[in-house]
Design a protein around this ligand. Structure first.
Ligand code: HEC
Ligand code: HEC
Length: 391
């Protein structure tokens, strides 16, 4: 009776029923949505905990080299809380233009150094190279003064992305975790206060894998994406350093780990001292052959690629490899400019200080930095190989 008074007609009862049904649906839907929200909130909480634990681990283990705020410490360690570490370029258009001009320049210079390039083509190339140099210097003048403060702390404006400059193709997370696990055993060669240590217990360090992941979460949390400002860049106290001899860092690391952790000394350019050191070393002509033909890198991880210029064909950039030793011991030593030289001395000097004597008919085109890119053993092996070129 009472019911009938409240909802008197059948139509009204149906309407109420529909409303009740819809209300139940909304309620269920809300619960379902909220369940997702709770999951997300839970994950966020986990992530926040990882970052928090990472912060604690960073404060205990890392700040003495990477700085309290992760912005680096001069000569101790590079900034990680750093736009360059996260690949943010403040002048992407200029970087791209400079890269493409440099690529064009390298191609033209290679073409110019070929014996087969005609004089007419060479003057065309020279004209273009001059234009390129002016454009390059204009672009740098536009950009670099704005970055000077960072450049003073080691920033290279042409390398705005740390991982890309190392040729790293994986994720940033993998980069951080790999670095933490193994450390950078060779980096003591160019960081005066010591290398980046290995942290994982598997590599003899103090940290568990979950702690390394927490540290990675903490470091990644510094990323500001598109929000990085020049003020952030200028706050970095030390930027990453390029490895000593310019060889790709990762190759160096692999080689160093394979050889038990001690990076050998480069041979240098003191020819008299090198000749003395060579007396105590036996050269392996087969390895020399492999180094010469770029089938193996030097003990310093550098690609020597001698054969690239010393082609067997007549139109190589440098004298052909065949007969090098015969020419050295007969033709070259007959030149009054080389009076008193031994063949070995001539070969060593040709490799370490190629500008001292330029073979007649050739340009002074040989690279001048081999003394920094090979060890005494590498040199001994190459000389032993060249000594077999005696027909
Ligand atoms: C003894 C000083 C020292 C300590 C302690 C140290 N680092 Fe490093 N770290 C370095 C140096 C030096 C480099 C640069 C290595 C190189 O140039 O290859 C580096 C590099 C790195 C890199 C790679 C950066 C890049 O641009 O290549 C990461 C990531 C890193 N350290 C994280 C850490 C974390 C996390 C800790 C603490 C668990 C830590 N480091 C402790 C010295 C240190
Ligand atoms: C970019 C090109 C280039 C590369 C790379 C190069 N050379 Fe040369 N090399 C030359 C040129 C050009 C000459 C002749 C001019 C001179 O004497 O400097 C030369 C001269 C020499 C000579 C003297 C040859 C003779 O007949 O008297 C020797 C020996 C030599 N190079 C060895 C090497 C070795 C070993 C390497 C690798 C470690 C190497 N070169 C890499 C360009 C190159």
């Amino acid at each position: 009776m009472f019911e009938r008074m409240l909802i008197p007609t059948i139509e009204n009862r149906i309407t109420v029923g529909i409303f009740a049904f819809l209300a139940t649906l909304v309620l269920l839907g809300w619960a379902a949505i909220n369940e997702g929200g709770r999951m997300k909130a839970f994950e966020e909480l986990q992530h926040a905990r990882a970052i928090e634990q990472g912060a604690g681990l960073f404060a205990t283990n890392c700040t003495r080299c990477h700085g309290l705020d992760g912005k680096g410490l001069a000569n101790f360690g590079p900034g990680l809380n750093n736009p360059q570490f996260f690949g943010h370029d403040f002048f992407p258009e200029i970087t791209e233009q400079i890269n493409s001009l440099n690529a064009e320049k390298v191609g033209l210079e290679a073409e110019r150094s070929l014996v087969s390039t005609t004089d007419a083509r060479k003057s065309e190339i020279d004209a273009r190279l001059q234009i390129i140099d002016v454009q390059l210097s204009d672009l740098s003048k536009e950009r670099d003064p704005q970055l000077q403060a960072a450049m003073d702390a080691g920033y290279n404006p042409q390398q705005p992305d740390r991982l890309a400059s190392l040729g790293w193709v994986g994720t940033r997370d993998a980069f951080i975790i790999t670095t933490l696990i193994h450390g950078r055993p060779t980096s003591g060669n160019y960081w005066p206060n010591g290398a980046m240590p290995a942290w994982s217990q598997t590599a003899g360090g103090p940290l568990r894998m979950d702690q390394i992941e927490d540290l990675a979460a903490y470091i990644q949390n510094w990323d500001k994406g598109d929000e990085w400002t020049l003020a952030d860049l200028f706050a970095v106290k030390q930027f990453a350093k390029e490895p000593v001899d310019g060889a790709p860092l990762l190759i160096l690391i692999e080689q160093l780990q394979a050889s038990g952790g001690v990076l050998p000394e480069p041979v240098g350019t003191d020819v008299a001292a090198v000749l003395t050191s060579l007396e105590g070393v036996t050269g392996d002509p087969a390895r020399g052959d492999a180094l010469y033909h770029n089938q193996q890198t030097s003990q310093l991880g550098s690609s020597l690629a001698c054969s690239g210029c010393h082609l067997q064909a007549q139109n190589g950039v440098g004298p052909m490899t065949d007969g090098t030793y015969t020419r050295a011991s007969t033709e070259r030593l007959a030149d009054p400019a080389l009076a008193g030289y031994t063949a070995q001395q001539y070969l060593v000097e040709s490799i370490l200080l190629p500008a001292n004597y330029v073979v007649p008919g050739f340009n002074n085109a040989m690279l001048q930095d081999f003394g920094q890119r090979m060890t005494v053993q590498d040199l001994a092996d190459i000389i032993a190989y060249l000594e077999t070129m005696n027909q």
